[in-house]
Each structure stands twice: as C-alpha cells, then as structure tokens.
Design a protein around this ligand. Structure first.
Ligand code: ATP
Ligand code: MN
Length: 148
C-alpha cells in the first residue's frame, strides 16, 4: 500500500517535520521515495525597482539561483534517505500543487506524505494552500503530518 511514496517539499522547517515519519515507513513496506521540489514560476521573476535608482523597473529571472539553491538542499535530503530507500529526486518548475499531482500520477506513487504547513506557516490556517489542494485533488491517499 505504501510501496512508493511521494514527498513534496519546499525545504522549510515545517516540511522537514515529515522526514522522521517517512523514515519509519520502511516498516510499512516502503521501498521507493520520490522527493519533489517545485520552483514556483510565480516567484521566479523579481521586479527590482531599486536597480539604477528609482527610474528603472528591471524584471529579472532568478530561476537559475533558485535551481542551484534547490539542488543543494536536495543533496542533503538524498543523503538522509538513500540508505533506506531507492530515491528519485525531482526539481521542476511550475505551480506547486499542479506539479505534485502530476508527479503522483506520472510516477505511479501509492501515497503522498507531506506536512500540513510550509514556508509561510500561518498560525490561523488549518492547512497550507498547497497541502489543501493536494489533499483535494490527489488520486492516492495522503498522509498529512501536523506541524509541531
Ligand atoms: P501558504 O503557501 O499557503 O501561504 P504554507 O507555506 O504554510 O502556506 P504550503 O505552501 O501549503 O503551506 O506548504 C505545505 C506543504 O506543501 C509543504 O510542507 C510541502 O510539503 C508542500 N509544498 C509547498 N510548496 C512546495 C513546493 N514549492 N514544492 C514542493 N512542495 C511544496
Ligand atoms: Mn507555501
């Protein structure tokens, strides 16, 4: 039932809370782990109004910087999991919830394991917006780890 799981992460402290639970899933029969980070295309362009004084509006693409940062974070995760599972690390660009659902289907995972909250971690929210959409649209069971 949990043979191949998908762990989507924004690399935040909340997202890391799922790690110890994922590790124990070996006992539930998990063999393969797909780790997915989505570079949010809505955040990969910065409009820098301070460049060259205030007269210029200078949009620039920071997706290369985000990709490098994501690769380094991903390496740390691979190290943590590769002794336990067969790991497939994925870094893609897009809208997070859409890419998570797409990856779940494409890689035929049996379960999605993720934290209830992420980078924003707004106290009043029962679930972060990505987790809420994933739970709504996922074709497979989701295990949502509550924040501490
Ligand atoms: P919000 O983004 O709605 O302001 P939040 O950041 O607290 O609130 P979410 O973004 O829903 O909450 O994050 C919850 C979980 O969703 C994260 O722990 C992570 O598992 C997943 N997630 C969020 N963003 C991404 C992303 N860019 N790539 C992969 N997984 C993500
Ligand atoms: Mn978020």
């Amino acid at each position: 039932m949990f043979k191949k799981i998908l762990y989507p992460t924004d690399f935040s402290e909340c997202a890391q809370a799922a790690i110890p639970y994922i590790k124990t899933m070996k006992k539930a029969g998990t063999k393969e782990l797909v780790i997915l980070h989505v570079i949010d295309i809505r955040q990969s362009t910065i409009i820098d109004t301070t460049a060259f004084g205030e007269t210029f509006i200078y949009p620039y693409d920071i997706s290369d910087i985000l990709k490098k940062e994501a690769e380094s974070q991903m390496k740390t995760l691979i190290k943590q999991f590769s002794r336990i599972f067969h790991v497939t690390p994925l870094i893609v660009e897009g809208i997070p919830f859409k890419e998570i659902i797409h990856a779940a289907k494409l890689h035929k995972v049996s379960c999605i394991v993720m934290s209830s909250h992420g980078k924003s971690n707004i106290e009043e929210m029962l679930l972060g917006s990505v987790t809420e959409k994933v739970v709504r649209k996922s074709p497979v069971p989701c295990l949502v780890i509550k924040r501490a």
